[in-house]
Design a protein around this ligand. Structure first.
Ligand SMILES: [Ca+2]
Ligand SMILES: [Ca+2]
Ligand SMILES: [Ca+2]
Ligand SMILES: [Ca+2]
Length: 588
């Protein structure tokens, strides 16, 4: 370091006190220049409100201060003894600027003193900056292709364009990036994955090594050794049919199929490879051999998973409407830090308008999953919802394990969900102390953008576990929230309040001619849910959005161009308040 910078003061107290004594002059030194006016609280706030380097300030000298420095030491100018200053380095780029190191407890006092001293223009905290860009392209690594006999059937793991079981040629790359991910990790058995389903064939050759074996429980001694309330729970529990046994054997096929996608033993020369080659699968059975089960048994299953510390549950099932008991069980799982990953549903409906449970429960730990095909399109059966379905994953013609050491091809959001659960386990295994929210955020933000999903799932995304592991966040060609600008309405756009039966009205929304995209923000919507609708239609007549029920400050989906139409319809009964557009927004 150059000596001009007054770096390295070996004996600061001695040298500085001498310097102070030898050159004292009114107002020259910081400690002596203070006025009665105090801004300590303002400076303290600056120091606490942002991330910064403790014990460091950036100080700019005035012209007078630079002149003063010709005749005085830096120690004197910065009043080292009053503020515990240990170093002051001029910037190589501009010698009016100094990086001053001082006692952190004196930083606010220094800033205030500098404000009131003509030798200084200002003193500021040395804040920490973060890059605002992010990786949108993961590093290219080799594929890790396991030797499992049927691996080439797993298009969801690696889509080379191979045909699916129905003979449909796939789109190369329309997969979850598993073979790249396996360069980084193949799973961590510390992550317990509860499969709440029809049970799991824990003797299946591709699953037996990846079953959870309760470490606190001695098998078959009739004693609840770990005191969790369940006697001899070795691989999970069976609540199906209102019963309670320690045998979660699958008497259907569904749960075993789900298990193979999450944790089929990888690279063992046989069958399939799950997203996790190594896993700890807990079989929690509540669906009977016919594939159905009760709310009570479902709630018990969720509670059991929480009790044994499952990091997540896979819930490839659905039915019923909102229930407080299941909501409470999911919230308990959330409080315990567990993800609840649920199939969006197989009814081809828009869950934004018609919630499907349990995927539709509004809890932060829920991830609702839609299903894609091997061509990266939404499967025709899949429930969807831009506002209610979080992500899509392969769920059409999925090959996996079934009981008796066999394998078969299934379709459903039930098959998409375990791809996400498997990804959550794989990612969580690399950061065991992460919260469920961090894992969820990684999975959702790192999704591959798929244009065909743009009005179907949030962020228009299909799972990519390699992106999630590498914190790669592909950009979206869609406008971000920050891009939207308000455009003044010339006349109000709203229904009558309340509206009439059998209403059929159309409203034209005209934005500026140079708008690239346009949308409306409803200040209030209160329509008879699922019977009365306001639909948003673009200039070409394509339906963009269909809104019903109750909402405030709801932004519609957007259309290309400068105009939209709103089509309002009501049926013959139950007239509610209606809707009102608060503002029109455009992207230029
Ligand atoms: Ca037990
Ligand atoms: Ca026991
Ligand atoms: Ca295998
Ligand atoms: Ca109505």
């Amino acid at each position: 370091m150059i000596s001009k910078n007054w770096r390295v003061w070996n004996k600061p107290n001695l040298v500085w006190s001498m310097a102070v004594m030898g050159s004292a002059g009114a107002g020259l030194f910081l400690g002596m220049g203070q006025s009665a006016h105090s801004d300590i609280s303002k400076f303290s706030a600056l120091l606490t409100q942002n991330e910064r380097v403790p014990g460091e300030l950036i100080v700019k000298l005035s012209k007078q201060g630079k002149l003063a420095l010709r005749m005085n030491s830096a120690a004197a100018l910065f009043d080292a003894s009053s503020f515990g200053v240990t170093a002051a380095d001029a910037f190589e780029t501009n010698d009016s600027f100094y990086l001053v190191k001082l006692a952190d407890g004196k930083a606010a006092n220094f800033m205030e003193a500098a404000q009131n001293n003509p030798n200084f223009e200002y003193a500021e905290p040395n804040y920490i900056m973060h890059a605002l860009g992010y990786k949108d392209h993961a590093p290219d690594v080799a594929d890790v292709i396991p030797n499992d006999a049927d691996f080439n059937k797993l298009w969801g793991m690696k889509n080379t364009g191979q045909k699916d079981a129905a003979g449909t040629t796939g789109t190369a790359g329309a997969d979850i990036g598993a073979t790249k991910a396996w360069n980084i990790t193949t799973g961590n058995k510390n992550i317990l994955v509860g499969i709440i389903d029809t049970g799991v064939d824990y003797n299946h050759p591709d699953l037996k090594d990846n079953m959870w074996t309760n470490p606190g429980e001695i098998a078959d001694n009739g004693i609840d050794d770990d005191g969790n309330g369940f006697v001899d729970d070795i691989h999970g529990w069976n609540f199906s049919g209102g019963g309670s046994t320690n045998d979660p054997m699958d008497d259907n096929e569904h749960g075993t199929h789900v298990a193979g996608t999450i944790g089929g033993k990888g690279n063992d020369g046989q069958g399939v490879a799950g997203v996790n080659w190594n896993a700890s699968i807990v079989g929690i059975k509540f669906l009977t051999g016919t594939g159905s089960g009760s709310l009570a048994d479902a709630v018990k299953s969720i509670q059991y998973a929480t009790k044994i510390g499952a990091k997540m549950t896979n819930n490839s099932w659905g039915g019923g409407s909102f229930t407080q008991s299941m909501f409470d069980a999911i919230k308990e799982a959330e409080a315990a830090g567990s993800l609840f990953i649920a199939a969006a549903g197989n009814d081809s409906q828009n869950a934004d308008n018609t919630p499907h449970y349990p995927a539709g429960y509004q809890a932060n730990n829920v991830i609702a999953v839609a299903a894609t095909t091997n061509q990266d399109t939404l499967a025709t059966f899949s429930t969807y919802g831009k506002r209610s379905v979080h992500i899509a994953a392969p769920g059409h013609k999925i090959y996996s394990s079934v009981p008796g050491g066999k394998y078969d091809t299934f379709s459903g959001t039930s098959m998409a969900t375990p791809h996400v659960t498997g990804a959550a386990a794989l990612v969580w295994g690399t950061m065991e102390n992460a919260s469920y929210a961090e894992v969820k955020d990684r999975l959702l933000r790192s999704r591959d953008y798929v244009g065909s999903l743009s009005r179907k799932v949030a962020n228009s995304g299909r799972l990519n576990v390699y992106n999630a592991l590498t914190e790669t966040y592909p950009v979206s060609p869609e406008p971000s929230e920050a891009d939207w600008q308000d455009f003044a309405l010339t006349a109000p756009i709203e229904s009558a309040h309340p509206y009439a039966s059998n209403a059929k009205q159309e409203f034209v929304v005209q934005g500026p001619a140079n708008a690239k995209f346009i949308r409306v923000v409803f200040s209030k919507v209160d329509l008879e849910d699922s019977y009365d609708f306001v639909k948003v239609v673009d200039a070409q007549g394509n339906e963009l959005d269909s809104i019903s029920g109750r909402a405030d400050n709801l932004a519609s989906f957007y259309g290309a161009g400068s105009s939209l139409k709103l089509r309002f319809t009501s049926d013959s009964t139950q007239n509610k308040w209606g809707f009102a557009v608060g503002k029109v927004q455009v992207v230029y």
